[in-house]
Design a protein around this ligand. Sequence first.
Ligand code: 4AD
Ligand code: MG
Length: 465
Amino acid sequence: MENRLRIKTILMEKPLGRELCVQGWLKSKRDSKGLSFLDLTDGSTLAGLQVIAPESLPNYATEITRLSTGCSVSARGTLVASPAKGQEVELQSSEITVYGWAPPETYPLQKKRHSFEFLRSIAHLRARTNSLGAVARVRSRLSWAIHLFFQQRGFFQVHTPIITTSDCEGAGEMFAVTALDLEKIPRAGGGAVDYSQDFFGRPASLTVSGQLEAEAYALALGNVYTFGPTFRAENSNTSRHLAEFWMLEPEMAFCDLEGDMNLAEELLKFLISDCLENRAEDMDLFSRFVDKDLLKRLDNVLRHDFVRISYSEAIRQLEKSGRSFTFPIAWGVDLQSEHERYLAETLFGRPVIVTDYPETIKPFYMRLNDDGKTVAAMDILFPGIGEIIGGSQREERLEQLLARMEAAHIPLENYQWYLDLRRYGTVPHAGFGLGFERIIQFVTGMGNIRDVIAFPRTPGSAILA
Ligand code: 4AD
Ligand code: MG
């Protein structure tokens, strides 16, 4: 279609006097004497384009008067300066074609504010609303910004597998992948499932993390990152957990925990500023309608260094707080979200990096510190979100790694390839995982993680698409 322009371009370039064509969906329509005002959106930007439909249009009486929210149309006309307040330009249309109707009796989206809960029940239509459309654009930008950040720094992207036979986090929270007929499961001696008859000849699962495979590539290419869907069959029904989420995992050879933390802090600040700069219009919507303190909170993160404290120090601070937590505090316990919130929100009021956790509560691959009790781990806690990043320096010494794997009862036969990375040309290396939806939540102020991914998968719920 010649002269077809996206609304974003039209509003930016304002080619007054030009004959052009726009296509989109109706946000609303207002009829006046002798004409109708159509507010048209095409998804390219938050703002709509006002289209004037004069009653001289041949289909005015038969079609234009019947248009309602959600109808799709193509409008041709001339861009003129708008005489009224509210918009600088408008399209004086000479021809409007209707593609599709959206009967107001059944179309679930009307020109009013719908609750996020309601919109979740129509996930296939909710991206047409202002707020969820803005989330989708911000998500896309953040994804691009991640690639920008790493590509500018010479990192290579690795596509790590989704189907795997290793359990990176060792937490046993994996979704099984099988081609066996579940009605007729083959059994070996003793009644155990005979996986030799399964597709891969052994048990396989959806990955909980691409880290182990990323390590293999970091020990060849130096600096790499993997960014893709990740699956956890954990029964966590919270506003921060999904069963399918996206994780960014950089992995750096010749890097220690300090370098790892520096990169993570730089990345988080980069992502926030990039969004403020490149999705200003959407960010403005969030700060007006979703979270009034949003811009202040983002600015607070950008302007300060993250606090860095050891786990032991964090425990001391929590003990000193005089709070009575639901989960009592003692050296050796894992930090619960109430503890994380106290540190990041109450005590420091900005992001906190907690390092050097007890080895007993962290996965096998983390490097044992010289004290023999803690590992070179780091978690980044954000106010309002809790843990946004988990990372560590990796155990690069074969003997120490074997000892930790044995203590954790990891089946070594599945991890010989991983041990080879220590047998041959091992080097100090480190990396981390950023929960992509959690950074989107922080940047947009959206309270529920189900609203920052297109089609959320949570325990008991994978209904749509
Ligand atoms: O702390 P986690 O489990 O770390 C790893 O998986 C490491 N292998 C990462 C690495 O070092 N390469 O997960 C990393 C991050 C968490 O900090 C959190 O932001 C996010 O992933 N995350 C989840 N996000 C949404 N839903 C879930 N169920 C999540 N579980 C973890
Ligand atoms: Mg973690």
